[in-house]
Design a protein around this ligand. Structure first.
Ligand SMILES: C[S@@+](CC[C@H](N)C(=O)[O-])C[C@H]1O[C@@H](n2cnc3c(N)ncnc32)[C@H](O)[C@@H]1O
Length: 340
């Protein structure tokens, strides 16, 4: 599952899990409480760990539930199997609803602005039809919680492929791109039979840190000022299955209550300290970039107050395009804190 997501560790997960496995053996338990796409959670599960994943936002929780808990295709008894559930998703007729109105290129946003070009009109109406059908099906009790998550997971992945954006949903492109003109499609998901006992919860690290009971914790906080709740508002709306007021030109859902302290220079250091104070696991691993909101000296000073710190480093290419590769080289750091 590749997914354009700020700070996605898919390409670094082998390195991260390799470093973790030098310290705690496979079979141990580990928490990934800022799991995002759940790429590290899944890599840890594949390496034999029991993983507890969490995130402050709802759509990462949908990804984590689908990737960790669905070890094989669920029964989908309501349809007579997973393949039929997928065919059902593909065949749902379009409806001109909230997505069509607020985010489609032939829409008429409630605040009176010009149509927002996040999606072609036909894809926006397909998304509306699918959202409504999944919601009705879940309310009818015909599918399990995990089956419900899998349908939303598929919808989010498929929506990402035809969204008319460059990277995040902070704004849309001026013209519909080639991808955005393509009709939304649904590919079969790949299920992983991993050995551990996994669990997934929704909530902030501030809420959960003191109740995490694991041999180790892997923290991957935001390191730039870009708030995930605003930059991925459309995915959050798909996961929350609601119809929030689409504010301003970009149509963002009200996200301020979900703002992360890790994104502000003034509060990020305190957020690290507060989190470390509450964690009881003997080992804490932290991914943090060289150019994060907390300067490397400050972060090291904070971590040194909690345990013995070891730093692992890897050069990482920020951009895909070769001609920009040079300016995009980042030094990715993995801090290991062995708590006092
Ligand atoms: C750098 S991303 C994680 C990327 C992830 N490791 C991956 O590979 O996709 C940071 C994540 O932290 C989440 N987040 C931000 N503040 C948080 C908080 N206070 N508690 C829990 N999660 C938070 C964001 O929603 C985002 O998904």
């Amino acid at each position: 599952m590749s997914f354009r997501y700020l700070g996605n560790k898919t390409k670094l997960s082998e390195w991260i899990v390799g470093e973790i496995s030098r310290v705690i053996p496979a079979g141990s338990s580990i928490a990934d409480p800022m799991c995002g796409t759940a790429s590290v959670s899944l890599a840890l599960a594949q390496a034999g760990y029991s993983v507890t994943a969490a995130d402050a936002l709802a759509f990462p929780v949908i990804h984590a539930r689908s990737r960790l808990l669905a070890k094989q295709a669920p029964a989908f008894k309501a349809f007579g199997g997973y393949d039929r559930a997928l065919n059902w998703l593909r065949s749902i007729p379009p409806t001109e609803g909230y997505f069509f109105r607020e985010f489609g290129n032939a829409g008429s946003p409630a605040n009176g602005r010009q149509p927002r070009l996040y999606f072609s009109a036909s894809n926006a109406a397909r998304i509306d039809g699918i959202r409504e059908s999944i919601r009705d099906l879940a309310r009818s009790g015909a599918i399990s919680k995990l089956e419900h998550s899998l349908l939303l997971h598929s919808l989010i992945l498929s929506t990402n492929k035809i969204a008319n954006i460059s990277g995040t949903y902070g704004y849309f492109l001026k013209e519909l791109s080639k991808n955005a003109h393509q009709a939304i499609t649904f590919e079969p998901l790949h299920f992983e039979q991993t050995p551990g006992n996994h669990s997934v919860v929704l909530g902030t690290i501030e809420e959960h840190a003191s109740s995490i009971c694991a041999d180790a914790v892997y923290l991957d906080p935001p390191y730039t000022k870009r708030q995930y709740a605003g930059n991925y508002h459309i995915l959050e709306t798909l996961a929350q299955e609601d119809e929030p007021i689409a504010q301003g030109d970009g149509g963002l859902r009200p996200w301020e209550k979900q703002a992360s302290d890790f994104c502000y220079r003034r509060s990020a250091g305190k957020a690290f300290r507060k989190t470390l104070e509450q964690l009881s696991a003997p080992h804490v691993f932290i991914s943090y970039s060289q150019d994060g909101q907390v300067h490397e000296d400050e972060l090291l000073a904070i971590l040194n107050d909690f345990g013995k710190v070891t730093i692992h480093e890897k050069l990482h290419n920020r951009y895909r395009s070769n001609n920009k590769a040079k300016e995009g080289i980042l030094l990715e750091r993995l801090y290991h804190v062995e708590k006092y």
